[in-house]
Ligand binder design. Sequence first.
Ligand code: 13P
Length: 250
Amino acid sequence: MRKPVIAGNWKMYKTPKESLAFLDAFLPLVEGHDRDEIILFPTMSSLAYVIEATIGTNVRAGAQNMHWLNEGPYTGQTSPTMLVSIGCRHVLLGHSEPRLYFNETYERVNLKLKAAINHGITPIVCVGELLAEREDLRTEETLRSQVRAALRNISASEARRLVIAYEPIWAIGTGSTASPEVAAQAHAIIRHELSHCCGPQTAANTRILYGGSVKPENIGELMAQEEIDGALVGGASLVPTTFADIVNYV
Ligand code: 13P
């Protein structure tokens, strides 16, 4: 019922030329793959090129962030209408890097989430605890409050297309992946809070992805968990053969 999503977050890597070279190698390796949705998140200057080059394929491309307003004097920002105008239908919101380095807050994530929904853009909202929060046994409290803040005043019908990514900050780019059991536990907490916010039907239908040092070697055991509906992959999505191995996991 919940179609898995395997997404690649390219962060601040790959020029348009490098992005197109990636697609040349990657697209044939996943041709005809229909088990999972495949979505790439290139940096803004490569996004339109990747969207154009993936038209008619089974690969989609989305933005790594956006503003919530349609236009205005906001230097450095990109609006939902601008994304829609280039055929973009997916956006990452609340990733821990903008939260840690650029003061992103869940109040803003909430505004962006509403804007994405209003523009028909599928949002992938990221949540996840710091190592200190896990060690202080505050993982559950942290995840619940992040989900609550992101979904404030979002109705069940608005949350229809929502995707959540559980990305424990201690697992991002560190090589230490959450064990499948630890990830599944966190996903269950998130799903429970989703049920509080938007009702049991939304909770049952919402895909929750795991992110944090996903590689070809661990994708299979992660995906074997009933609670895990896909992966948001950073470093390992930059190499076409490696990312294709993740997409084609068994
Ligand atoms: P890594 O896969 O490099 O740990 O990054 C995860 C991530 O931040 C995806 O959004």
